[in-house]
Ligand binder design. Structure first.
Ligand code: NDP
Ligand code: PMR
Length: 399
């Protein structure tokens, strides 16, 4: 196995330094019910429930949710001690892999109520149960990031729940490395960038308004990034490399009709589209930081949790890849991390009092200690971040 993997390493590097050479990797390398029914609101008293339903009808949901919001810090009357209320954290794609493991770690800490924002309600419910997450510590809400209507509906549903949003984790993603032709979101954007970037872009922009209202002492908005979008790393140099170019495809709407399905305007390549989407995720985090950190005090962060080679992310890859990838990462690159450990890392970025720095991309070293990592030139290009922001705003209907 080690030998096989080692030969893959060398063959994968017989490629031009720049440009598109995905074919070699993809082909020859092995490594190459209605919404409201879905919402499991867990209001603590029926009186409160009645009050909210009443207010919903008269259209004063916002005012009500603000009026009933629990202050972040309560003074325990007997001892005069300050106690922090349970935080509320939305995690997208919490039905499997990293998102599920992080939801579990957060819920088990007792400090968080996790809103599992998932496209498949039943799958999420089963996943939460089999992970042993206590019923009172999570709520599942429907969210399909491949539909901007669904993103808007999710935001409405969240608002109607009367909860205060303290932390948002944009975690969900799709990876389509073997697709020969592009597939599209409800609005006609190429599926990987549409889901991983544009869906999360709209979600973050809308929920930012909710987070501004929270009085939680350490509010955070986290977007999961990856090493494979960073060309300053070995992993980021495995073709096809991320490259947003001059954004001509993104500006054209990624529809594959009158514009390319790829951000840089090139030919469709599913693996590259994923890596490009991760660059957009990391650029968006930094642009959010530049635009909103000072005004809101929110911590914006991204992370590379390690190579979680066993997750559903690789479900579309060929079976041999799925078989060899975990041992390759465990024994050759030594970049492997279990879902459980990766979940704890993400939970750390949500909750650890020492990780409050904003605009940062976190990684972990071999001793599992977090450190602030350097992003590639493209993934830290402020001008590109601004352009991605402006084009994305237009595509999702915010500008
Ligand atoms: P998984 O496939 O296990 O999890 C992805 C989650 O995203 C699933 O819950 C999936 O839902 C959800 N999802 C996909 N499409 C949509 C959609 N349209 N709307 C809502 N949810 C959706 O993969 P991982 O846990 O590995 O990935 C999680 C994050 O970690 C991603 O951002 C990925 O880029 C990142 N990452 C992963 C690495 C790894 O090695 N695995 C390394 C670096 C970063 P469903 O269950 O319904 O399919
Ligand atoms: Mg990679 C230190 C080396 C390292 C690390 C940490 C990763 C992570 N990978 C490394 C090296 C290599 N990979 C090398 C040398 C090769 C050539 C054999 C290689 C190949 C490879 C493939 C074909 N790697 C991959 C793929 C995928 O399809 C995965 C991918 O790109 O998904 C987008 C992947 C990954 N390698 C990683 C990580 C974390 C991934 C997947 C997940 C992600 O970035 O989200």
């Amino acid at each position: 196995m080690a030998l096989q993997a080692a030969s893959l390493v060398s063959s994968a590097f017989v490629v031009p330094k720049e440009g598109k050479s995905s074919a070699s990797l993809k082909e020859s390398s092995l490594l190459g019910v209605s919404l409201s029914d879905h919402v499991k609101a867990d209001f603590s008293s029926s009186a409160l429930k009645f009050k909210r339903e009443f207010n919903l009808r008269v259209g004063t949901v916002r005012a009500q949710s603000m009026a009933t919001a629990t202050p972040a810090v309560n003074r325990a009357s007997s001892e005069g001690k300050k106690t922090l209320r349970q935080g509320c954290c939305v995690v997208t794609g919490a039905s499997s892999g990293l998102g599920l493991a992080a939801a579990k770690a957060l819920a088990e800490s007792g400090k968080w109520h996790v809103i599992m924002a998932c496209r498949d309600f039943l799958k999420a419910e089963r996943a939460a149960k089999s992970a042993g997450i206590a019923k009172g510590n999570y709520t599942i809400m429907h969210l399909d990031l491949a539909s901007l209507d669904s993103v808007r509906q999710f935001v409405d549903t969240f608002r109607q729940s009367g909860r205060t949003l303290d932390v948002l984790v944009c975690n969900a993603a799709v990876y389509l490395p073997t697709a020969k032709e592009p597939t599209f979101t409800a609005e006609g954007f190429e599926l990987s960038v549409g889901t991983n970037h544009l869906g999360h872009f709209l979600l973050s922009r809308l929920l930012l308004e909710d987070m501004k209202k929270s009085d939680y002492p350490s509010k955070r908005l986290i977007i999961v990034g990856s090493i494979t979008g960073n060309t300053n790393t070995l992993a980021g140099n495995v073709p096809p490399k991320a490259n947003l170019g001059d954004l001509r495809g993104l500006a054209g709407g990624l529809n594959g009709l009158n514009s390319s399905a790829m951000i840089d305007g090139g030919e469709f390549d599913g693996a590259k589209a994923y890596k490009d989407s991760k660059v957009c995720n990391m650029l968006t985090m930094q642009e959010l930081h530049r635009r909103f950190h000072e005004e809101t005090g929110i911590t914006f962060a991204s992370l590379y949790p390690g190579c979680i080679a066993t997750t559903g992310l690789f479900r579309e890859h060929i079976p041999l890849f799925r078989l060899l990838f975990p041992p390759f990462q465990k024994y050759i690159t030594k970049g492997f991390v279990s879902e459980e450990d990766a979940g704890k890392r993400l939970a750390q970025v949500v909750s650890d009092p020492s990780l409050t720095k904003s605009g940062v991309y976190w990684s972990w070293n071999k001793n599992s200690a977090s450190f602030e990592n350097q992003l590639s030139q493209e993934a830290s290009d402020a001008e590109k971040a601004r352009k991605v922001w402006e084009v994305s705003e237009k595509l999702v209907g915010l500008a």
